[in-house]
Design a binder for this molecule. Structure first.
Ligand SMILES: Cc1cc2nc3c(=O)[nH]c(=O)nc-3n(C[C@H](O)[C@H](O)[C@H](O)COP(=O)(O)O)c2cc1C
Length: 204
């Protein structure tokens, strides 16, 4: 990616690691960027199960919740239902600079690798592939089956940035937030966005 993107699609699917997507959203709120957010049904459920939050399913309520929680400028955040085929991101004619799926389930990886386009997340990713625009997949699963590996390899072969949700430890994290920031920092790097989340190796 040669320049800082102005329009990002962020999709959250039902893999563990919602905290990564939430932190990424909080960071994007501070960037000069517009965000199209799509949340899968399973993601709403995993947020409820593994965090202290429960995101409202009503999209107007969710918008208000995220704007106040993350201090997100309201006009820069648009939320689409995962079945909203009229959303601009469903078409290559709408310009989106990059799409991040964080976290990304193995099911969504499979659907995207096979061009299923059965919901707006899969369709928006399919559009990024056909338009040869940056697509970043933050996959979470362990161990990986041959099916997962083959799907990820196929996507990597099409230029998708595969980022396993596996933070490093060499910055000596002392809590979960620092671990999360390690991964989110790498995602922001891929998006060519400036941040100070984690000191860079060799910079101290
Ligand atoms: C608490 C919880 C954690 C889950 N963690 C993962 C995971 O880490 N990776 C994964 O591929 N699926 C995980 N799943 C299963 C997915 O949510 C499920 O396959 C779902 O169909 C994914 O749909 P989506 O990709 O449309 O969100 C988890 C489900 C639950 C309830």
């Amino acid at each position: 990616m040669s320049r800082t993107p102005g329009k990002i699609t962020l999709a959250m699917t039902g893999a563990s690691g919602m905290i990564y997507g939430m932190r990424l959203l909080a960071c994007l709120a501070k960037q000069e960027v517009s965000v199209n957010l799509i949340v899968s049904d399973a993601a709403f459920e995993v947020i409820r199960l593994e965090t202290d939050y429960q995101w409202p399913k009503d999209l107007k309520e969710l918008h208000q919740h995220l704007v106040s929680t993350y201090d997100f400028p309201a006009e820069r955040l648009t939320i689409y239902s995962k079945m909203d085929w009229t959303a601009p991101v469903a078409s290559g004619s709408a310009l989106v600079d990059a799409m991040v799926i964080c976290p990304c389930s193995s099911g969504s990886v499979s659907a995207i690798a096979h061009g299923a386009s059965n919901n707006l997340i899969e369709r928006a990713a399919d559009v990024m592939l056909k338009e040869r625009r940056p697509l970043i997949i933050v996959h979470r699963e362990t161990p990986l089956s041959l099916i997962h590996l083959q799907n990820l390899t196929k996507l990597a072969g099409m230029g998708v940035h595969i980022m396993p949700a596996s933070p490093g430890f060499y910055h000596r994290p002392s809590n979960i937030d620092e671990l999360v920031d390690f991964l989110v920092a790498r995602i922001l790097d891929q998006l060519n966005m400036e941040h100070q989340l984690v000191p860079r190796w060799g910079a101290q």
